[in-house]
Ligand binder design. Sequence first.
Ligand code: AMP
Ligand code: MN
Ligand code: MN
Ligand code: MN
Length: 275
Amino acid sequence: MIVDLHCHSRCSDGELSPEDLINRAADMGVTMLALTDHDTTQGIPSARKQAELKGIQLINGIELSSVWNGMGIHIVGLGFDLEHPVMVEAVALQEARRVSRAELIAERLEKMGATGILAKALAIADGAQIGRPHFAMALVEMGKVKNIAAAFKKYLGAGKPGDVKAQWPEMAEVIKWIRDSGGTAVLAHPDKYKLTRTKFHVLLKAFVEAGGNGLEVVTSGMETTFRDKMAKCCVDYNLWASQGSDFHGPKPWTELGRLNPMPNTVKPVWEQWAL
Ligand code: AMP
Ligand code: MN
Ligand code: MN
Ligand code: MN
């Protein structure tokens, strides 16, 4: 069994269409996959059709943007009811927020000399949920920076003018949407928040109090010592353990289904969906 419960398609900031993503997952031997696009479930129906053709078990997924203590926090929702009115309404809200946020990002980048960037970023997004990666590509296209990494470093990364979080709901609200629509709420990529040990446990307590019930224990690029700490958190806080590549496109450092092993002390989240 090869399980990957975190990846992106062209419906958000991934490179592949949902169908091509499924085809690639099949080539990699993935048996269970969750497509977790940022703040949208748009790709799931076409992914599901292709998954059925390829014999992959597709779990409904989404990666929702939220804030906690002024920090951007990503919560992965897994196994919720796609048609649940709470989720349908939440997704519509998040999609609308992405549009107004893009306008604000553009306004700030215009002030830094990136004239006409909104039209460029929208053209690059081409109907996908617009996000900072599309602005990063636009900045590269406009010759403002050499590459995506530089765009984040100078314009879009944490604390830079294009890092707009004001639109996002509180983490607790996002968790409630997922739980109310029958899903498991998973704290995504815990190694990315750059928190002290104490602060991380404050976050985890708030997450659990709000109904959060899963933690990503294995992700691409996570140190194994950090993974083992996350496994212990799953035991201590009674959380499901999840794993996912956070694949956005073919890159030397991420591949669908290519992950370090899950420690055997934890309850794997996918046990809930075992056939
Ligand atoms: P957004 O959802 O609009 O806040 O954009 C966040 C996305 O930008 C993440 O999901 C990553 O795919 C991408 N991202 C964040 N930081 C970086 C970075 N330093 N370099 C490249 N991509 C990044
Ligand atoms: Mn992304
Ligand atoms: Mn994320
Ligand atoms: Mn992601």
